[in-house]
Ligand binder design. Structure first.
Ligand SMILES: Nc1nc2c(c(=O)[nH]1)N[C@H]1C(S)=C(S)[C@@H](COP(=O)(O)OP(=O)(O)OC[C@H]3O[C@@H](n4cnc5c(=O)[nH]c(N)nc54)[C@H](O)[C@@H]3O)O[C@H]1N2
Ligand SMILES: Nc1nc2c(c(=O)[nH]1)N[C@H]1C(S)=C(S)[C@@H](COP(=O)(O)OP(=O)(O)OC[C@H]3O[C@@H](n4cnc5c(=O)[nH]c(N)nc54)[C@H](O)[C@@H]3O)O[C@H]1N2
Ligand SMILES: [Mo]
Length: 802
């Protein structure tokens, strides 16, 4: 217990109101709900105009938003839709969350003025200050920190709240000012991004587009939940449904929960224990090998490390091949039979044999994995294991196939505004921000994955939190994050740039009021099977409160620190950068409409000219002319390079690191549950939110209440029925949450949707009534990529006393 007072969100608003009118004006003004005074021209008559904008959250469908504007206010958010039933027609229509934006724009949580912290960090007490005062505080603290500790002590947090061509001004600002400690990897698919280059070489991080799967007779989706996590009309949900309705093949979704992609198709669900895909694959490999159903020609021509014959010289004669691992003559001397895998995976040995037959006899096999399986303690190995299925069967680079990674998106690539070079070359993993504040000067290359230096010299002393919710959503173990962030002797200055008062903002010293991307001129290209670009305009004629665009805020800070000219590249506005970026895109793609034309029409769509994109097609056609960027130029089933990495780095005993794809039991998983915490606790991204965004929109919460999924077997043991309140507890914390008793989750496993807003009395019992998953997660990073293992947890669940 830190003894640092803090308040729940509700507490913050109440205290803010009681404390000062200024605080209320700053954080919770309801003015924008009121009817505005009539304006000139069309608006004087209260006429409606339509303005295009785009969603900008981490959901990969950055859908077009059709903003209905009257009296300088957004009165409705509609969708881009075509009048067609053609499943092949791309439609970047927004989902319910997009439609509900008005509630966020005018939310009582909206930040409308610059704010300065007046209470303790985390307590949530702020007062309104002028932009001048805010800039002065920022510049003074920045200069002090940089003079005393150097640029390596400055950090810009990871954040997924704002995407778009000009949505990264903070990167440019910090580079312009002399650099900062940057991060590598990301929260979403960091494990996949880390391991994929070892398997397929640099540059291969995705598979084929989903459309390719229409030509497969067997489609395996590991942890595929496109309906929940890629919901807009221009992304994989649309593509997945189109594929499902078009293919003659069989689809299986392998997932611990029957996610919404399976609604109406429960026969396609293969329930599996979380974190055990590696064991399933090893047993499938065993059967494929035993039945001569592996593609030996492919393995001997295109791959390294399958058997002794294809091992690199340095590893020959040591029983290190994949065949040795599977057949029990290798690393752990255990034969990976279906009987071995059955109790681990929860899938019967008979079903594993049957599935192996289906895989072995499929003419065209398509294997895809989402990012759920990778966000686990054994994520790097899970990713690699799943890729072993198309590799073993040679189902790669041919029509209908993929490479086992997540689907590719065909996009209209408009380049981002240049962020410049970072003179500081040192990096930490994206998941290490709080560690770097807490014990930065003890973090090393070998143990903590510091890049560019053997050891960090200074902890982080100046942090910028932009479009980022680092308390509720990003960093595991909220109770620990609170203690580090609330300790004012650690990070000297925390600067926030947000649109609303999240609990992360409560730990900031100064907060700047940002504007949504659709409240300003914006542009973003995206896509799934097919592509689109949205060019949005500001819906407003007048300034709204004292909100400014992130770009303008950064330009003001640059000005204060004498770098305005460099930051703005001689006075460019945001609109200038957008025009420049779009013209660059047009130089590469002359089918794109002219700048003015796109400005007029708002949305442009484009079909993928080849129908679908097939991963590794060129390599398959001619592996000599088109080698992969691995050391051998081939697919590496055994990686010498990874072996060298393992030999030169430090790991913990239960990390079980190997230079081939092995099944690794999770630190907190089905094989490591304890008497105290007998249940596995796994997370999933919720329909109700993207990350934590929309977590404060009541209408959406009503539709998708925050509930823990629990199997009837486990519920009965605990006397729980749907709607009851339960307590979920482990070594990191405790939450209170309603339960949903359902056989849509495997027995022994509790599923909690991620991103619900944390709501605990941090000076009291710290029990989180918001049901936030990260109250229960560990901040120990994964062994290789030092990524977030946030789906890997164990717990006990009990009925909450009334
Ligand atoms: N509605 C909504 N959409 C989102 C987001 C959101 O929060 N809400 N977040 C966005 C972001 S930031 C990202 S990164 C993506 C995330 O997209 P994903 O990473 O694909 O989403 P998850 O829900 O984490 O995982 C997908 C599925 O994998 C399953 N799964 C978990 N562990 C395992 C495992 O070990 N094996 C197998 N086979 N399956 C497993 C989960 O039960 C879940 O159904 O979604 C984006 N889109
Ligand atoms: N337990 C658990 N935790 C997880 C995950 C998990 O699977 N399990 N998934 C992880 C993943 S994949 C990710 S990507 C991270 C995401 O973590 P974050 O990147 O922190 O994503 P959000 O929580 O959505 O927070 C985005 C913030 O941006 C703000 N925002 C929205 N629009 C704008 C804007 O225009 N300007 C500004 N300045 N701010 C804006 C929103 O109000 C919100 O506070 O979380 C990770 N956390
Ligand atoms: Mo993500």
């Amino acid at each position: 217990m830190s003894g640092k007072p803090s308040l729940s969100r509700r507490g913050f608003l109440a205290t803010g109101a009681a404390l000062s009118a200024l605080a209320v004006a700053g954080c919770s003004s309801n003015d924008s709900f009121k009817e505005a005074e009539p304006k000139s021209g069309a608006e004087a008559a209260g006429e409606e105009k339509i303005v295009w904008g785009h969603c900008a959250n981490a959901c990969p469908s950055y859908c077009a938003l059709k903003l209905h504007v009257r009296d300088d206010e957004i009165v409705e958010v509609g969708a881009y839709a075509r009048d067609t039933d053609d499943l092949d027609d791309i439609q970047p229509r927004c989902c319910l969350r997009g439609h509900s934006y008005r509630r966020l724009v005018n939310s009582p949580d909206r930040i409308n003025y610059p704010l300065k912290r007046v209470g303790k960090r985390g307590e949530g007490k702020f007062e309104q200050i002028s932009w001048d005062e805010a800039l002065e505080l920022i510049a003074t603290n920045y200069q002090e920190v940089v003079d005393k500790y150097g640029h390596e002590s400055v950090f810009l947090s990871f954040g997924t709240g704002a995407y778009g061509v000009t949505a990264r001004p903070w990167f440019r600002l910090l580079n312009t000012l002399g650099g900062y400690l940057s991060y590598y990897g990301n929260y979403s698919n960091g494990q996949m991004l880390w391991i994929a280059p070892y398997i397929y070489g640099a540059g291969v991080t995705v598979g084929s587009t989903i459309k390719a799967a229409r030509d497969a007779d067997l489609v395996l989706m590991f942890g595929g939940a496109p309906t929940e996590t890629r919901a807009g009309g221009a992304a994989s949900h649309h593509d997945y449904v189109a594929m499902r309705e078009t293919t003659k093949g069989t689809i299986y979704v392998i997932d611990p929960r029957m996610n919404d992609a399976l609604i109406g198709h429960s026969d396609q669900w293969i329930p599996i224990n979380p974190g055990t895909d590696g064991a399933l694959v090893a047993a499938l490999a065993h059967e494929l090998m035993a039945n001569d159903q592996v593609d030996l020609d492919f393995l001997h021509t295109y791959c390294v490390g399958y058997d002794e014959e294809t091992m690199p010289e340095s590893a020959k004669g040591q029983n290190k091949s994949y065949v040795d691992y599977v057949m029990g003559t290798g690393y752990d001397q255990v034969e990976k039979t279906p009987e071995w895998a059955a109790p681990i995976t929860g899938i019967s040995a008979d079903r594993i044999r049957e599935l192996a037959q289906e895989i072995g006899t499929a003419k065209v096999l398509h294997v895809n994995q989402s990012w759920g399986p990778n966000r686990r303690s054994n994520g790097e190995m899970q990713v690699w294991s799943i890729c072993m299925l198309p590799i073993l069967t040679g189902q790669i680079g041919l029509p209908g196939t993929s490479n086992g990674l997540r689907e590719a998106n065909y996009t209209i690539a408009v380049p981002n505004m240049p962020t410049g070079d970072n003179p500081v070359k040192t990096q930490v993993s994206v998941f290490s921000m709080v560690d770097a504040i807490d014990r930065g000067d003890q973090m090393t290359e070998k143990a903590d994955g510091v890049v560019g230096k053997e050891k960090l010299e200074v902890p982080v002393k100046f942090a910028v939190v932009f479009a980022s919710n680092l308390i509720t959503n990003q960093n595991s173990d909220i109770n620990w994050v609170h203690d580090v962030m609330a300790d004012e002797s650690k990070c000297q200055f925390v600067l926030g740039c947000e649109i609303q008062m999240t609990d992360s903002m409560k730990y900031c010293d100064v907060i700047l009021p940002d504007m949504y991307r659709f409240e300003q001129e914006c542009m973003l290209g995206g896509g799934g099977d097919d592509a689109y670009v949205v060019f949005g305009q500001s819906p407003y004629e007048n300034e709204k409160f004292e909100r400014k665009t992130g770009y303008d805020a950064c330009a003001l800070i640059a000005d204060k620190l004498g770098a305005k000219d460099a930051f703005t590249d001689g006075g460019k506005t945001q609109a200038d950068w957008i025009k420049e970026a779009y013209e660059q895109a047009r130089e590469k793609d002359d089918t794109l409409p002219a700048y003015d034309e796109l400005k007029e029409q708002g949305v442009h769509t484009k079909k993928c000219p080849t129908g679908s994109v097939i991963a590794l097609e060129a390599f398959r056609t001619d592996p000599v002319a088109n080698p992969l960027k691995t050391p051998s130029g081939k697919i590496e089933i055994y990686s010498e390079q990874l072996d060298a990495y393992i030999q030169s780095h430090e790991f913990q005993d239960d990390d079980h690191v190997t230079p081939i794809a092995t099944y690794v039991p999770e630190w907190y998983g089905v094989e490591t549950v304890t008497e105290e915490y007998p249940l596995v606790l796994t997370g999933f991204h919720s329909r109700a939110r993207v990350g934590s965004s929309w977590g404060n929109v009541d209408a959406i919460k009503e539709l998708n209440p925050q509930e823990a999924w629990v199997n009837p077997v486990d519920a009965q043991e605990r006397g729980l029925k749907s709607g009851d309140k339960a307590r979920i507890k482990n070594d990191f914390g405790e939450i209170e949450i309603a339960v949903r008793v359902t056989s849509r989750i495997v027995p022994g496993v509790v599923g909690v949707p991620t991103g619900a807003w944390h709501d605990a009395d941090m000076v009291g019992d710290r029990v989180d009534k918001g049901g936030c998953m990260n109250t229960l997660t560990t901040h120990r990073p994964t062994p290789f990529g030092k990524c977030d293992p946030q789906h890997t947890n164990i717990c006990q669940m009990t009925k909450a006393s009334a």
